[in-house]
Design a protein around this ligand. Structure first.
Ligand code: NAD
Length: 289
């Protein structure tokens, strides 16, 4: 193997430690802990696991975890009323409504109701607009985690050719915006792109967020490229990414699955909650995060 494996687990642990230290300083100055409210509607098993690990990480970071578990038949109006109450609650700095929501609830109608300054998932159109126009805002956790790993690997991303595979609002689109902000030349490829392999072959940076096991083949990767694999695919062989592990023979650096991007998402959620708390308290943003 030629690629350096990018240890997202270790980087995420370091980030969580820095967030914990900054949260303690915030608590001493503000007289209260930063608070993250997580709302889970229904019994989806994977969502319940995510919510549990988010709650544990929040407490471990010295922040207040406020969990709301609502039955699957909760009405959209009742959920929106809860979001309104959390928006108005001064002890709450971050609000996260766990997706997917039950089918009778319109996700957009709920997400758009979250106060953008408490929107630690960064999914609100106001935060998408802030990201697109270069204003300070809250940025979706997974793509921000990818950028942190890339910046740890490269002193500057300026001028690099970056190819993002996937155009979801959660990963692909904000990822492309973040790379553009770092002065990369960015191409977003998607399900209707004619020659995905041809685009990937040009890339110094590849970010794969497709949801198809081993979609990116080793012979697509430019020798020495940095490959960030966002994919989490459950297969009979266990968890696999969107990039063929054989690409590590060609790439210069690559994130493994598991242990690459995955651990970054919750660490960045903690970071976003802390940043939201500082902004709401009128304190300068904590450094080094
Ligand atoms: P999504 O299904 O919303 O989007 C997938 C994207 O892939 C689409 O934009 C589509 O255009 C593109 N695509 C599909 N087939 C393609 C093809 N043949 N060629 C090129 N592009 C194609 O998925 P998502 O929410 O963006 O997630 C993508 C992957 O990342 C999934 O495996 C998901 O589990 C994973 N994920 C991981 C984390 C994490 O914490 N590490 C967070 C979010 C998502």
């Amino acid at each position: 193997m030629t690629a350096t494996m990018i240890d997202g687990k270790a980087f995420a642990a370091g980030l969580r430690e820095r967030v914990g230290a900054a949260a303690a300083t915030f608590t001493a100055r503000a007289g209260r802990r930063p608070g993250l409210a997580v709302v889970l509607v229904g019994e989806d098993a994977a969502s319940a696991v995510y919510v549990r690990s988010k709650g544990k990480a929040t407490v471990a970071s010295g922040m207040e975890s406020i969990e709301h578990r609502l039955p699957a038949d909760t009405t959209q109006d009742a959920l929106i009323a809860l979001v309104d109450a959390l928006n108005a609650d001064d002890a709450v700095d971050g609000i996260l409504v766990q997706l997917p929501l039950p089918r009778h609830i319109d996700e957009q109608a709920v997400l758009i109701r979250i106060d953008p300054d408490k929107d630690v998932d960064g999914f609100h159109p106001v935060n998408a607009g802030r990201l697109a126009t270069g204003m300070d805002g809250l940025v979706p956790c997974t793509p921000l985690g990818c950028i942190l790993l890339l910046k740890d690997r490269h002193a500057s991303l300026s001028g690099m050719e970056a190819v993002v595979i996937g155009r979801s609002n959660i990963v692909g689109k904000p990822m492309a915006q973040l790379l553009l902000k770092e002065s990369c030349t960015v191409t977003t490829v998607h399900s209707r792109t004619r020659d995905v392999a041809g685009h990937v072959r040009r890339a110094d940076i590849v970010v794969a967020a497709v949801g198809i096991p081993a979609f990116v083949r080793a012979d697509w990767v430019k020798p020495g490229a940095t490959v960030i694999d966002v994919g989490i695919n459950r297969t009979d062989a266990g968890l696999v990414g969107d990039v063929d592990p054989a690409a590590a023979e060609v790439a210069g650096a690559m994130t493994p699955v598991p242990g690459g991007v995955g651990p970054m998402t919750i660490a960045v959620l903690m970071r976003n909650t802390l940043v939201a708390a500082h902004r709401r308290a009128g304190l300068p943003a904590p450094e080094g995060l």
